[in-house]
Design a protein around this ligand. Structure first.
Ligand code: KIV
Length: 302
């Protein structure tokens, strides 16, 4: 059960410099009965404060309860149920076939796994482009599934949608630059903002997203210098992926950083682990033990 959820609009409070009415933060009760533990919940006020204090925001994708729990336990700030789900979980070649039903199911799973991290869910292709009424309804479904904010792709062209969703008191994270749902318009997954007109357009997109009421924005696949310029210009936190070190935070897809995904190795990914081989080795050892009759042993039998 979440307690003390009714907070005033965060940006308004921060801009006016008012004191936080709940300085200990909102509390999330994890567990039941005597085992219940109070956990300090990360919220959008924390993310705004982190930018103001120059503290980097750590964001990672997760699509199920187990990994959401592991990432929460090690203290990541934001978990994103990304529509990268399409490629790294569902086996599609792009994100265009991910549905609202997919996102609701995986958002619910990740929400059940995490206690403290702020949970953002991606709005899939065609869940917000047709119109603002659909966009609000679908964003609301993701909140009902357990997300605390939604993310959608687009700059000035998405401003009206961002404004409508934010007006329904649903926090929105923008996403500009290399926007995977626009793969065909971009002619592939290409770095954006390399030419002067593209650079101007991205600066304008960033301003439009903030002005429309987004609380944060992902900058994907853009030159580091441009990301630094956008980060300085905006008062909301920027989260980079392939956008250099100056962003207020960073996000990576979990399968990329864990070294599980082989099909595609973007330049911007650092593999902080190489888990594909140990996972393959463990399953190979299991298969061999089943085949030679050494598993299960007496200790595994009743
Ligand atoms: O879908 C996703 O995982 C994303 C991140 C890469 C930012 O949008």
């Amino acid at each position: 059960m979440r307690l003390l959820t009714a907070l005033p609009a965060p940006d308004a409070r921060l801009l006016r410099g008012l004191p936080d009415p709940f300085p200990g933060g909102r509390i999330f009760l994890g567990g039941k009965g005597a085992g219940a533990m109070a956990v300090r919940k990360t919220d959008i006020l924390d993310l705004a404060r982190m930018k103001a204090e120059g503290q980097k925001i750590v964001m990672i994708t997760a699509y199920d309860a187990l990994f959401a729990r592991i990432f929460d336990d090690v203290g990541v700030d934001v978990i994103l149920v990304g529509d990268s789900l399409g490629q790294v979980v569902l086996g599609y070649s792009d994100t265009l076939n991910v549905t609202m039903e997919d996102m609701v199911r995986h958002t619910g799973a990740a929400a059940r796994g995490r206690k403290r991290a702020f949970l953002v869910a991606d709005m899939p292709f065609l869940s917000y482009q047709p119109g603002t009424a659909d966009a609000i309804r679908n964003a609301g479904r993701l909140l009902q599934a357990g997300a605390e904010a939604v993310k959608l792709e687009g700059g000035r062209n998405a401003a009206e949608t961002i404004r409508a969703i934010a007006s329904a008191d649903i926090p929105v994270m923008g996403h500009i630059g290399l926007t995977p749902q626009s793969v065909h318009r971009m002619g592939g997954y290409r770095v954006q903002g390399k030419t002067d007109p593209q650079r101007e357009r991205l600066l304008d997109d960033a301003a439009a997203v903030q002005e429309a009421g987004a609380f944060s924005v992902v900058l994907e696949g853009i030159p580091a210098a441009l990301a630094a310029e956008i980060t300085r210009a905006l008062s909301i936190p920027t989260i980079g992926i392939g956008a250099g070190v100056a962003c207020d935070g960073q996000v990576l897809v979990m399968q990329d950083l864990l070294g599980l995904f082989e099909e595609f190795r973007p330049k911007f990914v650092r593999r902080f682990g190489e888990l594909r081989k140990p996972v393959g080795d463990a399953v190979g050892a299991y298969a061999a033990a089943v085949r030679d009759g050494t598993f299960p042993g007496k200790e595994h039998s009743f």
